[in-house]
Design a protein. Structure first.
Lengths: 136, 379
């Protein structure tokens, strides 16, 4: 029997991108922070706000709120059929960074913009963990 | 002298549209090219600049030029998503004004309907978004629609008005894919795909190709058609991944619209029509706001009561657009072709009477990039 977790699309992180997924395996949301201007962003080799090189890998607090969301009524990718209907959220972290992630362990009808959420970490098998969010 | 002042649009055509299992993507591009050249009254061999993007060919201009036997001295394959062809118009004007080519072809073709009826894309895996099952690109636009409803009180009925208006225009367009009238209730009763977007809030998936030919003002004067001039043009960009779109309800059109209008020396109130990228019913609402046809947040009420439908105060997407006419994956070249036909007064029942000037606006990606052009009937 196929493992449904393994059917879901898997990212192909390279280089500095791996921090995000390594952090998730340890139960954290991994971001980068600029050593000059202090702003947070998803891992990259340069700050996109002030262009300072070599930002610092950091762990976010894992709390945020729902900036927007959509309820998917058909599977957007393999492995999601059994989850229907499922919620794709746009989460604004307290650090100011937005992430796309599923909002889980909640009735899809109960999700609202502005709702406080916190990160949980989903085991997608073979060492891959991804952040998800649930009402705080 | 501005590059735009040195050029004119001399030819424009669609290939067969809808379901075209008899032709490949290159075949549709070739058919559109021959039709556009015949429309202009020039030989395809006079084309010495090729501007194209494809979701089928990595080196798209090479594949196309071999197929049709062209040996251009200028190639361009800038890909900023579905608005690329409006950007190509500006780039081609620059190339012609700089003497790098004289007769530029902008061309596109896709068989995504015959290939299975889903968006065909060469888009790469988005590292941080791919694990979550978003229905690309519907869910990304659904996030935008949901936020617009939250911030401004936009309603599902107002979104549906857009689909109803565009379908009414398609009823007057002989080669439109969907021509039967629909109601707001029909849109709301169609299945939710990715809330708040229903099936009828989403564009078609069709086959089709199109071609536009641009040349010098002098050359255009001696060709077959009334020339169409480009009075202003602009490009803009905000993000690649939806999580990086700073203001979910403001697109790059808020930059390109004012820039293109300023270059043209005209404003929204002077436009006889708008051809805009209606991938989903939310996009015309945001674009009309960003271009300045109404204030930010008022797009929903602006489209109420059939204002953008036939007989309304503002003609928008007079073929029926991507929602009802055709949507072969990258739409903006089809919008450009219709704008050119309107300015030549070639549109039959759907003709905007006496159209002299209009605006074309394309979006690329998930409202990531934008290109706007203000066009006018030449003398």
């Amino acid at each position: 029997m196929s493992d449904r977790r393994r059917d879901k699309p898997r990212p192909e992180p390279r280089g500095e991108e791996r921090h995000f997924f390594e952090a998730a395996a340890g139960g954290h949301v991994g971001l980068n922070r600029c050593r000059a201007c202090g702003r947070f962003f998803l891992p990259r080799a340069v700050c996109p706000f002030c262009w300072t090189a070599e930002p610092e890998p950091v762990l976010a607090c894992g709390r945020g709120s729902v900036y927007s969301f959509t309820v998917c009524h058909r599977a957007g990718a393999p492995g999601f059929e059994a989850d229907l209907p499922y919620v794709v959220g746009l989460i604004e972290l307290e650090e100011g960074v937005r992430l796309v992630a599923n909002i889980v362990s909640v009735d899809a009808e109960a999700v609202l913009i502005g709702m406080p959420v916190e990160a949980v970490f989903e085991d997608r098998s073979d060492g891959l963990f991804v952040p998800q969010f649930t009402p705080a | 002298m501005n590059a735009l002042d040195r050029v004119a649009i001399a030819g424009a055509a669609e290939s067969d549209l809808g379901r075209c299992p008899h032709l490949s993507p290159l075949g549709l591009m070739a058919q559109a090219t021959l039709r556009a050249a015949a429309d202009a009254g020039l030989s395809p061999g006079e084309i010495d600049g090729v501007f194209t993007v494809s979701q089928y060919h990595a080196a798209s201009s090479l594949s196309f030029c071999e197929y049709v036997g062209l040996r251009p001295r200028y190639h361009e394959t800038t890909n900023i998503g579905g608005c690329s062809f409006v950007a190509h118009l500006r780039h081609a004007a620059g190339a012609i004004a700089a003497g790098m080519c004289e007769t530029a072809l902008i061309v596109y073709g896709s068989t995504q309907r015959s290939d299975g009826g889903r968006l065909v894309t060469k888009s790469e895996v988005q590292t941080y978004e791919v694990p979550y099952g978003a229905i690309f690109p519907i869910s990304q636009f659904a996030l935008i629609a949901q936020r617009h409803m939250h911030e401004y009180g936009t309603t599902a009925e107002q979104l549906a008005e857009v689909a109803v208006a565009h379908r009414a225009w398609a009823g007057m367009t002989p080669n439109a894919y969907e021509r039967d009238p629909i109601t707001i209730e029909d849109v709301l009763a169609s299945p939710l795909v990715s809330s708040p977007l229903h099936r009828l809030d989403c564009c078609l998936v069709t086959d089709g190709g199109a071609a536009v030919i641009l040349t010098t003002r002098e050359r255009a004067q001696s060709l077959a058609q009334t020339p169409v001039h480009v009075l202003g043009a602009a490009e803009g960009f905000t993000h690649r991944n939806i999580a990086a779109m700073e203001h979910l309800t403001v697109s790059a059109a808020a930059v390109t619209g004012p820039a293109a209008f300023a270059e043209a020396g005209l404003g929204p109130a002077e436009m006889d029509f708008v051809q805009l990228y209606d991938a989903f019913t939310i996009t015309p609402i945001v674009i009309l706001e960003d271009l300045g046809f109404c204030d930010k947040g008022d797009g929903g009420s602006f489209v109420e009561g059939g204002r953008t439908a036939p007989g309304g105060a503002l003609a928008v997407n007079t073929t029926g657009g991507g929602l009802s006419h055709c949507h072969p994956g990258m739409l903006s070249l089809f919008l450009l072709v219709e704008a050119i036909r309107q300015l030549r007064h070639d549109c039959g029942a759907r003709q905007v009477p006496g159209a002299e000037v209009g605006v074309v606006h394309g979006l690329g990606g998930t409202f990531a990039a934008a290109a706007t052009a203000v066009l006018a009937r030449g003398g």
